[in-house]
Design a protein around this ligand. Structure first.
Ligand SMILES: NC(=O)c1ccc[n+]([C@@H]2O[C@H](COP(=O)([O-])OP(=O)(O)OC[C@H]3O[C@@H](n4cnc5c(N)ncnc54)[C@H](O)[C@@H]3O)[C@@H](O)[C@H]2O)c1
Length: 438
């Protein structure tokens, strides 16, 4: 840490982290945005959001609530999303006595991200666009010397995941790169995994995992072109989202990999569209599955089942994982609790029936993760979650490949396949450029 004139450690200023990033990063000169917000010694980071939908607004709001980050730039393919998001963050800024987002920092059209990452007002980029675009958006941001919070999944195909791994290696130690797995910052999950890793349930010999949830809301409106309807309804599109396993169920698979300290060696399974057979704008062959049933094989012949659905199911929602070990079992649910169950008897005495490993509160976990990212930037000890994010994404792609083909697929075979989705879309036809807020 830097010393001040009295020899004590002094907090780095915003100018310091920007300088560090610029020097260590892609060699691009980044001018601090302090001019837009007052003093050059101002230590708050400027946040640019790529993809101004539900999660962009939520994550952006959590950055503002939990850290001293200010939203300074917005980009989306659609102008209405930029406009509504701008109004929300301008209001939040006003409540804090801060300035509004500059008109020059509002971008629309699918190439708008290239301009956003170059903005001198942006130090940190939040990527909350559909997953297909994540590798491009990540690469542009770190290439411009910006820190990144990339929402999961990191990509929708093998090629994209391998790209993200390479980006992670190239920019390691130069900028912070977080991936949106907030459960890894949750007290209950952390408590459970730490106890598993400490050997409390012995070796894991079997696992069960599941993600049951409702159908999702349609975002298209009457009169929209097929292209716009498809992008608005991206969560139902295999190429844009990766399918429900990659886009949504990944949160559970990530916990399984975390507990196992490994990714699986192979997978087998099936998927289908039993109830949700059509969604506006989505080509029939690209429509996501509405359920998956899989078996993952981890090293040492440990099997973990996974089962999910995403269709109208009368409100039944439950997501979780169970690990059966040689000395006990652990289970956790997305809505809590995370527990360890012992079944061992030591010297004639049962050790315990059940231990809650901490409160599961994913909203709190998001804030904790954002504080950790900002701290990593300010301290210069940059985090790099690209490898872990890519491995969890590849694990879901492994399951998807097995389910689509109906054959057992090994990890090595999947990696060698170099699979790449073809969007079959002309995004340039959506137009682009500056946003007019008149
Ligand atoms: N960590 C979590 O718990 C969590 C929760 C929800 C969503 N997510 C992730 O966040 C991301 C966004 O999901 P969402 O729910 O906000 O979806 P959304 O549809 O609400 O928002 C996506 C936004 O991206 C815009 N967009 C589309 N194509 C774009 C492009 N090429 N460039 C820039 N913007 C583009 C859309 O117009 C839309 O405004 C996804 O990766 C999703 O998996 C994570």
């Amino acid at each position: 840490m830097k010393k001040d004139s009295t020899g004590k450690d002094s907090k780095p200023t915003r100018r310091d982290f920007v300088k560090t990033t610029a020097a260590a990063g892609a060699g691009l000169l980044i001018v601090p945005s302090a001019t837009a917000f007052g003093s050059a010694a101002n230590s708050s980071l400027g946040l640019g959001i790529i993809g101004c939908g539900g999660r962009g607004n939520y994550d952006g709001g959590e950055f503002v609530r939990n850290t001293d980050v200010r939203v300074t730039a917005l980009m989306d393919v659609f102008e209405d999303r930029v406009g509504a998001t701008r109004a929300r963050f301008d209001k939040m800024a006003e409540e804090k006595g801060q300035g509004k987002i500059a008109e020059a920092n509002l971008f629309k059209g699918h190439r708008g991200y290239e301009k956003l990452v170059q903005s001198k007002d942006v130090d940190l980029v939040l990527v909350t666009s559909p997953p297909y675009f994540h590798p491009d958006h990540l690469e542009a941001a770190v290439g411009a010397g910006k820190h990144v919070y990339l929402e999961k999944p990191v990509a929708t195909d093998v090629t994209g995941c391998l790209r993200v791994k390479n980006i992670g290696k190239k920019y390691d130690g130069k900028v912070s790169m977080h991936v949106g797995f907030q459960k890894r910052y949750d007290e209950g999950y952390r408590g459970m995994i730490e106890r598993i890793h400490a050997g409390e349930i012995g070796d894991i010999v079997l696992g069960q995992s599941f993600y049951f949830t409702n159908d999702l809301g349609r975002q298209n409106k009457p009169g929209m072109s097929d292209l716009e309807a498809r992008i608005r309804n991206w969560v139902f599109d295999r190429a844009l989202s990766g399918d429900i396993l990659v886009e949504q169920n990944i949160h559970i698979i990530d916990i399984v990999n975390w507990a196992m300290k490994s990714h699986p060696v192979k997978a087998a399974g099936t998927s289908g569209r039993a109830l949700r057979k059509q969604v506006d704008g989505i080509p029939a062959d690209y429509l996501c599955s509405d359920h998956f049933i899989l078996t993952y094989t981890y090293p040492n012949d440990v099997h973990v089942s996974f089962n999910s659905n995403q269709f109208k199911n009368k409100g039944y929602r439950k997501q979780g994982e169970r690990f059966f070990g040689s000395k006990g079992a652990a289970e956790s649910f997305q809505s809590g609790p995370a527990t360890i169950n012992y079944n061992q008897v030591e010297e004639g005495q049962k050790v315990a029936d059940k231990i809650d490993t901490g409160k599961v509160d994913l909203h709190l976990a998001v804030g904790t993760k954002m504080k950790a990212l900002v701290e990593s930037i300010k301290s210069g000890k940059f985090d790099n979650q690209c490898e872990q994010g890519a491995d969890s994404t590849l694990t879901t792609i492994l399951g998807r490949t097995a389910a689509y083909s109906g054959r057992e697929v090994t990890w090595d075979k999947m990696i060698k396949s170099n699979e790449k989705w073809d969007l079959r879309l002309n995004l340039d036809s959506l137009g682009g450029g500056a946003v007019s807020m008149k």
